[in-house]
Write a protein of this length. Structure first.
Length: 92
């Protein structure tokens, strides 16, 4: 199995654990796992690739649940910027 395939699976695993921890109110663990997912995907695709927007969304929800509205808004704003850029310019 190639390194990129392994990295892709590892990234998805971190995202899924982040979502699970968020639902279980284990916010610190959720943030750690989602951050790992964002890091791995950013290395291979760039931080503004549309595939990362799902993790930004879950990160925003986690911060929102913690009543950290400014942090949540920052992640929601990243999603807006990504999709605005895609709609205006396109992206592979």
């Amino acid at each position: 199995m190639s390194e990129s395939v392994i990295s892709n699976y590892r990234s998805k695993l971190h995202r899924n654990f982040g979502k699970l921890f968020s639902v279980c109110n284990r916010h610190a663990d959720a943030i750690k796992e989602l951050s790992q997912n964002i890091y791995i995907e950013s290395k291979s695709r760039g931080p503004e690739h549309y595939s990362i927007s799902e993790s930004y969304y879950h990160m925003g929800n986690t911060f929102s649940t913690m009543h950290k509205i400014e942090e949540a808004a920052g992640f929601y704003n990243l999603i807006f910027k990504i999709w605005k850029k895609i709609l205006e310019n396109g992206q592979d």
